[in-house]
Design a protein around this ligand. Structure first.
Ligand SMILES: Nc1ncnc2c1ncn2[C@@H]1O[C@H](COP(=O)(O)OP(=O)(O)O)[C@@H](O)[C@H]1O
Ligand SMILES: [Mg+2]
Length: 377
């Protein structure tokens, strides 16, 4: 029996020999790296280069400790692999350093039987998968509200204009002291009207898209913020000027970024934050794709926009419900900001990722860019 198995294994190996194994590794969409006995990079595949953000040529000069701090648990895993000569898997590792920011990574370390001390590392970025899961949940949450919002907006607006008109009539005929009350009714009716209009934004409407320069959107919001609610906050811009336009509705994108910047400003406006700072960043991030609902195709989302702050982080109890409507930790908050953000980004076929801890909160939007077909329009 075992002879049979080994014969089968040998014949399969013979078949695989016709294909260059490094070509297979190169095409694998999973980061794979080989460390020698001194933890120098002996080999990295393309996905590993992307993952670490460093080219294979540069990595050849590095040890793992040059990229990840020496006290990272990944070194323990590597030592265990060498000592036990067995495969060991660790979940939820954080690989963080000035040049790397990867959290929730699953790392699998295996020995190479032919080469003692050499360790094969295979990584899985679970956060990307989790982000997809969550995004779909957010869309559902926003959807459930959209139907209700549309009905409410419709049903409330009609009687409201009646109330407002009646109050206006009263204003002209009542005594001075009652006039104040009539004005109050009118003002409050206006306030409800504005609220309802805001909820109406959740309704399902096709969006009108054009090619939008994302940096103009960001600069517009930054100016709005710095002349208003974020006058005391330092802004940092890390833009990649080579980015192509995004395929989006400009006004809605402004609304999205404004909501994120407003939250960031509110987060850093606390006495405990000594140097409040908001960072707006853009760049390419390859490998981000999302399934188009109802079809087998995938939409590429090669561009990201990040809004980062150095505030206290998202409260733990809020995190699982972050994008649901009416979820807020603020005494005067509406809890609608992020629900609207999720709705708009979902409508655009985009994706949101959140990474938050004390001192660093980042909302990252992944957006589609203009394709040749749309550029022709
Ligand atoms: N940058 C951030 N830092 C910390 N917490 C945040 C941040 N952005 C959002 N949150 C949390 O998410 C909640 C929901 O945000 P949002 O939907 O905009 O509603 P609101 O701002 O009205 O509370 C906030 O109340 C806050 O607890
Ligand atoms: Mg908000």
């Amino acid at each position: 029996m075992s002879a049979l198995i080994s014969r089968v294994a040998r014949s399969q190996a013979a078949r695989a020999r016709n294909v260059d194994s490094t070509a297979i590794l190169g095409a694998l969409p999973v980061p794979v790296m080989l460390l020698d006995t001194e933890n120098r990079f002996r080999y990295v595949n393309n996905a590993a280069e992307q993952f670490l953000g460093i080219s294979a040529a540069s990595l050849a000069q590095f040890r793992l400790a040059d990229i990840v701090p020496g006290d990272n648990p990944i070194f323990l895993l590597i030592d265990q692999v060498r000592a036990s000569e067995a495969t060991i898997i660790d979940h939820d590792l954080n690989l963080e350093s000035p040049r790397l920011n990867k959290r929730g990574i699953t790392v699998q370390g295996s020995p190479l039987p032919e080469e003692p001390g050499v360790v094969l590392l295979v990584m899985q970025d679970a956060s990307a998968a989790r982000a997809l899961d969550r995004q779909l949940a957010f869309r559902g949450a926003a959807r459930s509200v959209s139907g209700m919002a549309a009905i409410l907006a419709h049903e409330v607006k009609n009687p409201l204009s009646g109330i407002r008109g009646a109050a206006q009539l009263l204003e002209t005929s009542v005594s001075a002291s009652d006039k104040e009350l009539a004005e109050l009714i009118r003002d409050e009716a206006d306030r409800i009207r504005a609220l309802v209009d805001r909820m109406d934004a959740f309704g399902e409407k096709p969006i009108a898209r054009t090619a939008v320069n994302i940096h103009r959107v960001l600069e517009h919001v930054r100016k709005l913020a710095q002349t208003g609610f974020a006058a005391h906050i330092k802004f940092q811009e890390l833009y990649d000027p080579s980015l192509p336009p995004v395929w989006a509705n400009r006004d809605q994108l402004i609304q999205v970024v404004l909501n994120l910047v407003k939250n960031a400003a509110e987060a850093v406006t606390q006495e405990s934050i000594h140097r409040p700072e908001i960072t707006l960043a853009t760049g390419f991030q390859h490998g981000m794709r999302i399934a188009v609902p109802g079809s087998a195709s995938r939409l590429d989302l090669p561009l990201f926009v990040a809004v980062r702050d150095n505030g206290p982080g998202i409260p733990e109890d809020i995190k699982p419900h972050l994008f649901e409507p009416f979820v807020t930790s603020k005494s005067t908050g509406s809890g609608l900001g992020l629900a609207l953000v999720a709705k708009i980004i979902g409508d655009h076929g985009g994706l949101i990722e959140v990474d938050s801890r004390p001192g660093r909160t980042e909302f990252r939007l992944h957006l589609p860019v203009v394709t040749e077909k749309e550029g022709d329009q």
